[in-house]
Structure formats: structure tokens, C-alpha cells
Ligand binder design. Structure first.
Ligand SMILES: [Zn+2]
Length: 151
């Protein structure tokens, strides 16, 4: 995907519109190429979205260094959420990469979600989760991933 992804803002992309100032946002922080702002439909109060300012649909479309800067900002936001006054007894960082993973806006974004017991949010595991794979299966899959990464 990477090389074929448009590098200009896309008019049809809601996050590019936010970056361009076409819709109001509540900014938390920004750098030259990263923007953090409040999610308008928060899982819990304090739910922040962190995006690259330049359009990139998927995780794989981000330059690794930019991904690092997005993650670094998420760490700063997470630290602030723990003491800024919103209820935050834990945090989830969540990046939905692809429709099957729950991605709804196809401009890569990292959620920083404050959590507390009983907040009603959570993850649902498939029945297969409770059947542990063999070491041989883990090793075989690890080798496949490792070999693919080496290419
Ligand atoms: Zn976009």
C-alpha cells in the first residue's frame, strides 16, 4: 500500500477535514505532524484520538518514525490522563487497523482510552481464545512472521 497512498489531504476524509480546520475540534496537543484531540463519542471522559496530520489510511502507510511520534504522544497523553482530573484508573491504547479490526475512519488513529472498573467497555474473546496453542504451533507462526519481516 505505502507508496500508492495519496500524501495530500483527502476531501472525503473526516480527519483530514479536522486537520484542515474545517470542523471544530478540542485540541489536546500537536506537533508538526501529529495531532491529539478529544473523541466526540468517547468511551469514557478523557478519550483522546491521536492522528498523523498527513493522510495515511492504515498503520502500514505510516513511516515508522512517524508511528513512533504518534506513540510517544500517546504516552504523554496517557500520563496526563492519570492526573488531570478525569476518572482514569487504567488506560487502553487501541489502534483499529482495517475494517475487520473495527476501523471506521480510514485515516490511521490511535485511541487513548481512560478506564476504570465497571465502565462497561471491554474486549470480547473468541471461543478459540480459551484453547491454548501448542509450542510447535507458536514456533511455526513465529517463524512465518519472522521470515516475512526479514523480506
Ligand atoms: Zn485523512
Amino acid at each position: 500500500m505505502g507508496a500508492n497512498v495519496p500524501t495530500v489531504e483527502l476531501e472525503s476524509c473526516v480527519f483530514c477535514e479536522l486537520v484542515a480546520g474545517k470542523q471544530p475540534i478540542s485540541v489536546v496537543d500537536e506537533t508538526e505532524d501529529v495531532l491529539a484531540f478529544m473523541d466526540i463519542q468517547p468511551v469514557n471522559p478523557g478519550h483522546v484520538l491521536i492522528i498523523p496530520k498527513r493522510h495515511a489510511a492504515y498503520l502500514g502507510d505510516l513511516e515508522p518514525a512517524l508511528g513512533g511520534r504518534i506513540f510517544a504522544m500517546s504516552m504523554r497523553v496517557a500520563a496526563a490522563l492519570r492526573t488531570c482530573g478525569v476518572r482514569c484508573e487504567g488506560l487502553n491504547l487501541l489502534l483499529a487497523d482495517g475494517e475487520a479490526a473495527g476501523q471506521e475512519v480510514f485515516h490511521a488513529h490511535l485511541h487513548v482510552v481512560p478506564r476504570f472498573p465497571g465502565d462497561g467497555f471491554g474486549f470480547k474473546f473468541s471461543p478459540g481464545y480459551f484453547v491454548l496453542p501448542s509450542r510447535a504451533d507458536l514456533d511455526r507462526i513465529a517463524m512465518g512472521i519472522r521470515n516475512t519481516m526479514a523480506v
